[in-house]
Write a protein that binds this ligand. Structure first.
Ligand code: URA
Ligand code: CA
Length: 436
């Protein structure tokens, strides 16, 4: 087989075979196929697309390029969740105990934050004593015993995807639906899960700006799941504003606790009930979505999900007291209100810009090994559709510096994250579609 022939075949709009795709991914992983040939292939895919079969073959080839978690010692249907968003997305902290309380095993590997996006592992480090690294045996044992563990992604997961994603980033080939779909799904498949619930964000703050494109991406991923025997459901959700109110590590842990108490923001609560219900159904604990939804509602209402969160933290070395006393979590020294300049109705909140501002406050990393401050971040006081008058607080900065120029800069940046309209602003739906 010659790489040039495969590039030509794709360039001419034909589909590659399973062996041909395997050859490309293997060759690229080992370094036998150079970047320039892989870029030419990626550009050919960008223009000509891939068939469902090719996309599934690419996904599996990348999933097999590195370590693959074996969760088979855990009884039951393991269901993982993935979100394509990532600013202030507190859902994993809520969904893990919620779904585990329903009897669906949660054996989750998560990452740290980079740039404007947060990472679940950083958030979990706000909990005193919580061990983000467990041996494989301890991880499996904990899930067998209490049904839930969330640990830091370790080992060499999908190195082929890592290399290809890096190449796509610098060759203008990221925005290809089959390439995005296979990239995301390869990582989920390597993590050993049996079924997958995807939260595909759409709108201003999302990867996919139009609903049409978001639905196509969702369909491509659901199709891959079907082809490789991992049932997948995708929920298309709004990203015209960040989810919930908190952006920042300990602030988001606090928001997760509030939500499990039934006192969380409406949008975050609703999304967790929806995603959780799909996970419960895929996990075989309910026959229909409606039945699963009443289960997640009841687990939240009764406090069973909150109890499961404490059991989980304790099992993993964390202080469960923090769930009853969130004031024990890392807290920033200064709380600075950000006031609106004019009257108006909030029409959008730029999630990415908000994430960047939180990063500049110290909540996130500009570079991979930067230190972060778990206590700092931003709390929104207004969301899309809310009417505000000049001088009213629209957000609150949690800071560990009161240096005037820095404070002024952060205040100004946070103010600019908000867009205001003059008239009424109908709230966009939280959930646009479900693709199964
Ligand atoms: N996220 C991924 O993991 N891969 C892509 O290709 C795009 C977004
Ligand atoms: Ca949030």
């Amino acid at each position: 087989m010659r790489t040039v022939d495969l590039i030509q075949k794709k360039r001419d709009g034909k589909a590659l075979t399973t062996d041909e795709i395997e050859f490309l991914i293997r060759g690229y992983s080992t370094g036998e196929i150079p970047d320039y040939q892989m870029s030419a292939w990626a550009m050919a895919v960008f223009f000509n697309g891939m068939t469902a079969k090719e996309t599934a073959d690419l996904t599996l080839a990348m999933a097999r390029s590195g370590d693959q978690a074996d969760l088979s010692p855990i009884e039951g249907i393991k269901v993982d969740k993935h979100s394509t968003g990532g600013v202030g997305d507190t859902t994993t902290l809520i969904l893990a105990p919620l779904v585990a309380a329903a009897g669906v095993p949660v054996a989750k590997m998560s990452g740290r934050g980079l740039g404007h996006t947060g990472g679940t592992i950083d958030k979990l480090e706000s909990i005193a004593g919580y061990r983000v690294e467990l041996s494989k045996e301890d991880f499996l044992r904990q899930v067998q015993q209490i049904g839930v563990s969330v640990i830091s992604q370790s080992g060499n997961i999908t190195p082929a995807d890592k290399k290809l994603y890096g190449l796509r980033d610098v060759t203008a080939t990221v925005e290809s639906i089959p390439l995005i779909a296979s990239s995301i799904m390869s990582k989920k498949i390597a993590s050993g899960t049996d079924a997958i619930v995807l939260d595909v964000k759409t709108g201003g703050g999302a990867f996919m700006k139009s609903l049409d494109e978001s639905i196509k991406l969702a369909q491509a991923m659901v199709e891959i799941g079907g082809q490789v025997g991992r049932e997948t459901v995708a929920v298309i959700t709004d990203m015209e504003e960040p989810l919930g109110l908190a952006v920042g590590n300990a602030l988001e842990v606090r928001e997760a606790i509030d939500t499990l108490r039934g006192e969380g923001p409406a949008d975050l609560t609703e999304l967790c009930l929806v995603l959780g219900a799909h996970m419960v159904r895929l996990g075989g604990k309910a026959a229909t979505y409606e039945e699963a939804r009443s289960i997640t509602e009841e687990l939240l209402r009764s406090g069973a999900a909150l109890d499961k969160l404490k059991e989980w933290w304790q099992a993993q070395g964390g202080n469960p007291e923090m769930a009853d006393h969130p004031e024990l979590l890392p807290t920033a020294e200064y709380q600075v209100p950000v006031a609106a300049v004019d009257d108006g109705v909030v029409s959008a909140i730029d999630a990415e810009a908000l994430g960047v501002t939180a990063m500049m406050l110290g909540a996130g990393r500009a570079k991979k090994d930067d230190d972060i401050d778990l206590s700092v971040g931003i709390l929104l006081r207004k969301k899309v559709g809310d009417r505000v008058t000049a001088g009213e607080t629209i957000a609150e900065l949690h800071m560990n510096s009161n240096e005037p120029m820095f404070t002024e800069d952060m205040t100004q940046r946070t103010r600019e994250v908000f867009t205001f309209a003059a008239g009424e602003m109908p709230k966009a739906p939280l959930i646009y579609a479900v693709v199964t």
